[in-house]
Each structure stands twice: as structure tokens, then as C-alpha cells.
Design a protein around this ligand. Structure first.
Ligand SMILES: Cc1cc2nc3c(=O)[nH]c(=O)nc-3n(C[C@H](O)[C@H](O)[C@H](O)COP(=O)(O)OP(=O)(O)OC[C@H]3O[C@@H](n4cnc5c(N)ncnc54)[C@H](O)[C@@H]3O)c2cc1C
Ligand SMILES: *[C@@H]1O[C@H](CO)[C@@H](O)[C@H](O)[C@H]1NC(C)=O
Ligand SMILES: *[C@@H]1O[C@H](CO)[C@@H](O)[C@H](O)[C@H]1NC(C)=O
Ligand SMILES: *[C@@H]1O[C@H](CO)[C@@H](O)[C@H](O)[C@H]1NC(C)=O
Ligand SMILES: *[C@@H]1O[C@H](CO)[C@@H](O)[C@H](O)[C@H]1NC(C)=O
Ligand SMILES: *[C@@H]1O[C@H](CO)[C@@H](O)[C@H](O)[C@H]1NC(C)=O
Ligand SMILES: *[C@@H]1O[C@H](CO)[C@@H](O)[C@H](O)[C@H]1NC(C)=O
Length: 531
């Protein structure tokens, strides 16, 4: 750990002379005297002495750089010139003010699973949240305060051990706020809504370095905006979130592997299950993939599907009888503590779904119902593509169906998250009354780590992603809509932030107020990036 106290006097001197030397600070990011090519050593000398002892500043020559800047998404990634790790929350306003004074763009990074290609427009300083992971359960046990670097797996484990649960993403590897600032889909949303629905307070550092509290009492308009479009507005140093007593001691999970000839039967049963899930919040989520499993076949993609139920098998079994009747290649199940569910269902920190270092050329859309005809077309296209180009045989299509009871219980006007009532507004098919929030798929052009970039493969994968998206949309019966946290970055802004005009108007007027120079414009920005 680099400590700066030794440099303190020297560094402070340097910093002061620098500030006096520059005629005026360059706050709009457009001035010609950007110091973007400043070295990390120089930043360490100037900024380091102002920060707490546990903070670090380092560049590409430091052994920590590679692991700290490793990303899930290596396709069109941001360019990181240096990393600053605040050692405490109070460091963050100082980092932002220093960056502004020197016109250095900054990007908040927590678990580095941000997917969108808009991140690729970034060049500058990574503000790394990795040292800010404290969790403090508040007196009375109805909320807890989490620092800005808290992540799903950590939160699930910590709270469960103490007898609580809260809304998180499903994958143990992702941050709380990456998902939470854009909604935050997860296993407890059927009970309590999304992560954003449970935010009581955010401690935020704004674009100008000012630290403020955002709550119903303080900047309530910003609270509205940050529950759905929060990446556009600030750095959250910590936040208060509702927590709930754990109601059951175990969850039941069941994973199946089916061959493709079961596709029609399986999706027909899934659509029936949704009718029941609509009234059963315990049917928390079921999700699955198309992909190759070498132990079944190295050339033909199989269907993997995983179900989780908040409670024991004896209560859950009624929902599984229909699936048990579909002959499977492989089945596994178990009753485990909730904290064991990510690992049991393919979304644990160390499992392939979470792995960093690959390129994912993806596309995504929300759906309302599984269209069995579309699913067949999408599977067949998958099979055709991996046969044509075995280099992308590690790709998957992922499909998720979350319980929406808790999400729909929240008035859609009360937050910037635009899609909770979308089902009702766009319901077009009278024969399919179930409107669920099934959604997402990634198409991943999986290149091995260190695989040389290959633009012909990128083009192949991008074409495939688009063709698949078109098949989904053609069969969905509703206009395309995108979860902002799954966006590829090429979607229309309204498709991420809502088609009702008042939503973007309100967001943009708040943006003009809180981030007029677009410091936070790298994650699906509601206004275009300025540099
Ligand atoms: C394998 C995988 C699983 C996923 N599972 C889920 C899921 O179950 N549910 C779900 O809803 N989404 C899920 N997602 C999508 C996820 O919400 C986004 O990828 C999210 O951006 C990841 O956050 P992160 O902290 O891991 O990534 P980062 O790249 O570190 O952060 C993403 C962005 O969030 C912002 N940000 C992060 N921390 C802060 C902070 N403290 N203050 C202000 N801004 C901040 C920054 O703009 C940053 O660019 C998943 C994605 C992947 C790749
Ligand atoms: C930084 O870049 C500017 C413009 O490209 C150049 O004039 C200057 O010499 C560079 N400074 C350093 C320290 O490399
Ligand atoms: C600094 O880090 C050490 C070791 O991780 C920790 O014990 C200490 O509490 C930290 N200090 C502050 C002020 O955060
Ligand atoms: C692949 O199939 C085998 C059973 O044949 C199973 O044990 C394994 O978990 C599967 N792998 C994945 C990633 O689903
Ligand atoms: C359940 O289905 C009904 C009828 O389609 C719908 O009106 C309602 O919004 C759904 N509720 C949830 C929580 O999905
Ligand atoms: C790039 O991909 C093409 C197929 O699109 C393949 O023929 C070629 O060998 C790849 N090049 C490298 C360096 O892997
Ligand atoms: C399902 O998808 C097919 C193929 O796109 C389409 O023709 C059909 O209308 C869709 N069915 C429904 C109910 O939307």
C-alpha cells in the first residue's frame, strides 16, 4: 500500500505552486490546458498528500494496475491512465476537485462489470471504490448503511449471517450501486422491489466536488433521478438501504439441462409458470441459457435452466412437477441457505458467468412473454452461428424471468426507472395475459483472455447480436425497451430512460442543474459526452 504521509510537505508545496501557477481552473473540461497526459507519479505527488493514509494512486507501471483495471467487458473498454483508490469517503470530494482543476476526466469503478460501449469513450482516471466496503446495520434493524464499494455477494453473505436480507442483484460479483442506480433486478424484487426502490439516502459527491445528502428531505428531485438514472449524476460514497428480517432458513433451487428438442415443451411450461409466479413472490427468479456444455455435446447447444424458490422443496415442488416430466440430460437440486444460492445457480463470484477479461458483443431487450416460435428461431440461429464460426462457441444467450410483484407495487412516477409498468402499457396480445419482466440476453463473443483482437470476429458477433435482437423484437408484440444496465450502448436514449417525454425532460433539466459540464457522461449518458 502506498502511503503518502512521507511526501506530505513536499507534495503540498507542489500542489500549491501548481494551483497558483495556473491562471484559472478549467472546470468545463473543454479548455486547452488539459493535464490528461500528467503521469500517475505526478498526481501521487500533488493529490496524494491531500488524501487519507489508506488511499493509493498508481499507474500502469504498478503491479496492482492490471488487477484493479481488469473488466468483465473487454469489448470497447474505457482507457484508464491511472487509478486513485480513496481510503475513506472524505477523500472523494478532494479527488473530484483536483481532477476538475486539472481537467482530468474521472470514472467511478466498483466491480468493473459495466457493459455498455459508451464507457469506451472514456480516457482518464479511475476512481476505484474497492476500499470502501463497510456495512453498518442501523439500530432497530430496518436499514443498513453501505459504502459505495459494497457488492452483491458480500451484502448477501453479511446480512444473511446476521438474520437479514435485502434487495441486491442476483450475480454475486456485481456492485450494489452499478445495478442499483439503474434499477437493480434481483431475487428479492418479488418481495421488496428493486435495489433502487429501497434506497433511503445517498451520500453523493457532485460534479463540482460538493458532498451532499440525497433523500426525501434533501434534494428529493435528485433522489428521484438517481433511482434509475443515477450513473449520470454523481459518486455515491455511501447509502442507506432498507433491510428485512430473513423469513426462511433455506431456499430451494433446481437446475435442468435439456436438449434442444425439448425447447417447445419447456417454454410452454415456463409460460404457464409465469401465470402462477404472478401471484407467488417466492418464485423469485428462473433463468437459463443457450450454450455449449462439452460434457453433453461439443457441437450442439443445450438449454440450461435454473429455478429458485424462497422456501423449502416441500412448498416448491408443486411448481416443478411439470418440468420434472420433461426428460432431461442432467438435473440437480437442493435446499440451501440463501447465501448459497448464487453458487448453486451459476451466478457465484468465481463462476464463469462472472468471469472478467472477455469481449462480449451483446444486445438486449425486455420482453413480456416467451414467444415459443421466436425462441426456436433464436436457438436455431445460435446453432447455425456456432457451427459456422467455432471460435465463438463459448457464447451464450441468457434469459431471465423475475417475479415482478414488488416492482409493480411501486408507483412508476416516483422514480426514474421507466419500465415497471411497461407491460400494462404495451399489452397487445389477448391470448397471453401474463406480463412478466422476462428479459435479458447477452450474446457473448467470448475470446480467450489475451486472444488478439480480431475485427472480423467482432463484426460477425455484432451481426449475430443484431439478428437475434431482431428475432426477439419481431415476436414480442411490444416496442423494444432496454434495461439501462444491460444496454449495449447503441440503443436510443428513450429506449433506456423511458418514452414518456416528461421523463427525459425532467432528467435533462436536473442534469443541467447538477452536472452541467457532463463529468458523469460515460455510462449511457442522458446528454452526450463533451470530451
Ligand atoms: C455477470 C453480470 C451479472 C449481472 N447481474 C445483474 C443482476 O443480477 N441484476 C442487475 O440489475 N444487473 C446485473 N448486471 C448488470 C449490472 O447492473 C451492470 O453491469 C453494472 O453496471 C455493474 O456494476 P459494477 O459495480 O459491477 O460495475 P462498474 O463498471 O464498476 O460500475 C458500473 C457503473 O456504475 C457506476 N457506479 C458504480 N459504482 C458507483 C458509485 N459508488 N457511485 C456512482 N456511480 C457508480 C459508474 O457509472 C460505473 O461506470 C450484471 C452484469 C454482469 C456483467
Ligand atoms: C502534454 O501534452 C501536451 C499537448 O499534447 C504537450 O504540449 C505537453 O508537452 C505534454 N506534457 C507532457 C509532460 O508530456
Ligand atoms: C486503513 O487500513 C487498515 C488496514 O486495512 C485498517 O485497519 C484501518 O482501519 C484503515 N484506516 C482508515 C482510516 O480507514
Ligand atoms: C454441464 O453438464 C454437466 C452434466 O453433464 C454438469 O455437471 C455441469 O454443471 C454442466 N455445466 C454447466 C456450465 O452447466
Ligand atoms: C398479474 O397479471 C395481471 C393480469 O395480466 C396483471 O394485471 C397484473 O399486473 C400482474 N401482476 C404482476 C405483479 O405481474
Ligand atoms: C480472425 O477471425 C477469422 C474468422 O473471422 C479467422 O479466420 C482468423 O484466423 C482470426 N485471426 C486470428 C489472428 O485469430
Ligand atoms: C411470435 O413470434 C412470431 C415470429 O416472429 C410471430 O409471427 C408471432 O406473431 C409471435 N406471436 C405473438 C403472440 O406475438
Amino acid at each position: 500500500m502506498t502511503r503518502f504521509s512521507g511526501f506530505a510537505a513536499f507534495g503540498l508545496l507542489l500542489f500549491q505552486s501548481l494551483v497558483t501557477a495556473s491562471p484559472r481552473p478549467c472546470l468545463d473540461g473543454l479548455c486547452s490546458v488539459t493535464r490528461l497526459n500528467i503521469t500517475s507519479q505526478q498526481v501521487a505527488r500533488e493529490l496524494g498528500p491531500l488524501l487519507s493514509r489508506n488511499s493509493s494512486i498508481f499507474g500502469p507501471d504498478d503491479p496492482r494496475f492490471a488487477s484493479t483495471t481488469a473488466r468483465y467487458q473487454q469489448y470497447q473498454p474505457p482507457t484508464i491512465k491511472m487509478v486513485v483508490q480513496p481510503g475513506c469517503e472524505a477523500d472523494i470530494p478532494k479527488i473530484v476537485k483536483y481532477s476538475n482543476a486539472n481537467s482530468i476526466p474521472f470514472l467511478t469503478v466498483n466491480r468493473a462489470h459495466g457493459l455498455t460501449a459508451t464507457l469506451g469513450k472514456f480516457t482518464g482516471m479511475q476512481i476505484d471504490m474497492g476500499m470502501l466496503r463497510d456495512i453498518t446495520i442501523q439500530k432497530g434493524g430496518s436499514t443498513a448503511i453501505f459504502q459505495g464499494g459494497a457488492y452483491d455477494g458480500q451484502v448477501i453473505d453479511y446480512l444473511w449471517d446476521k438474520g437479514y436480507v435485502t434487495t441486491t442483484g442476483s450475480c454475486a460479483c456485481v456492485g450494489m450501486l452499478g445495478p442499483g442506480l439503474g434499477g437493480g433486478h434481483g431475487r428479492y424484487q418479488g418481495f421488496y422491489g428493486m435495489i433502487s426502490d429501497n434506497i433511503v439516502k445517498l451520500n453523493v459527491v457532485l460534479a463540482d466536488g460538493q458532498a451532499i445528502t440525497v433523500s426525501e428531505k434533501s434534494h428529493p428531485d435528485l433522489l428521484w433521478a438517481m433511482k434509475g438514472a443515477g450513473h449520470n449524476f454523481g459518486i455515491v460514497t455511501s447509502f442507506e438501504l432498507k433491510i428485512y428480517p430473513r423469513l426462511v432458513d433455506t431456499w430451494y433451487y433446481k437446475n435442468y439441462l435439456w436438449k434442444q428438442d425439448k425447447l417447445e415443451t419447456m417454454f410452454t411450461e415456463l409460460n404457464k409458470l409465469h401465470l402462477r409466479a404472478n401471484k407467488t413472490r417466492e418464485l423469485a427468479v428462473n433463468y437459463g441459457t443457450y450454450g455449449v456444455n462439452a460434457s453433453i455435446s461439443t457441437t450442439e447447444a443445450v438449454i440450461w435452466w435454473s429455478f429458485t424458490y424462497a422456501g423449502p422443496q416441500k412448498d416448491a415442488q408443486q411448481y416443478f412437477d411439470a418440468f420434472d416430466k420433461i426428460p432431461a440430460e442432467f438435473v440437480e437440486d437442493g435446499n440451501v441457505p440463501y447465501s448459497g444460492i448464487p453458487d448453486a445457480t451459476g451466478s457465484g463470484v468465481d463462476q464463469p458467468l462472472c468471469a472478467k477479461g472477455f469481449e462480449h458483443v451483446h444486445s438486449t431487450t425486455y420482453l413480456d412473454v416467451w414467444n415459443v416460435t421466436s425462441q426456436r428461431q433464436i436457438y436455431d440461429l445460435f446453432q447455425q452461428k456456432i457451427t459456422q464460426q467455432p471460435l465463438v462457441a463459448g457464447s451464450i444467450i441468457m434469459l431471465e424471468d423475475y417475479s415482478t410483484i414488488g416492482v409493480k407495487a411501486v408507483d412508476p412516477k416516483t422514480s426514474a426507472f421507466p419500465w415497471r409498468e411497461r407491460n400494462l402499457m404495451t399489452f397487445v396480445s389477448p391470448v397471453l395475459p401474463v406480463r412478466f419482466q422476462a428479459d435479458i440476453f447477452f450474446i457473448s463473443s467470448v475470446h480467450a483472455v489475451n486472444f488478439p483482437p480480431n475485427s472480423s470476429l467482432d463484426a460477425f458477433a455484432a451481426e449475430w447480436a443484431k439478428e437475434t435482437l431482431d428475432l426477439f423484437n419481431k415476436g414480442s408484440g411490444i416496442p423494444p425497451s432496454t434495461y439501462v444496465n444491460y444496454a449495449a450502448g447503441n440503443e436510443p436514449i428513450e429506449q433506456m430512460y423511458g418514452t414518456e417525454p416528461w421523463r427525459l425532460q425532467k432528467l435533462r433539466s436536473l442534469k443541467a442543474q447538477y452536472d452541467p459540464s457532463g463529468r458523469f457522461n460515460y455510462y449511457n449518458p442522458i446528454t452526450p459526452a463533451k470530451y
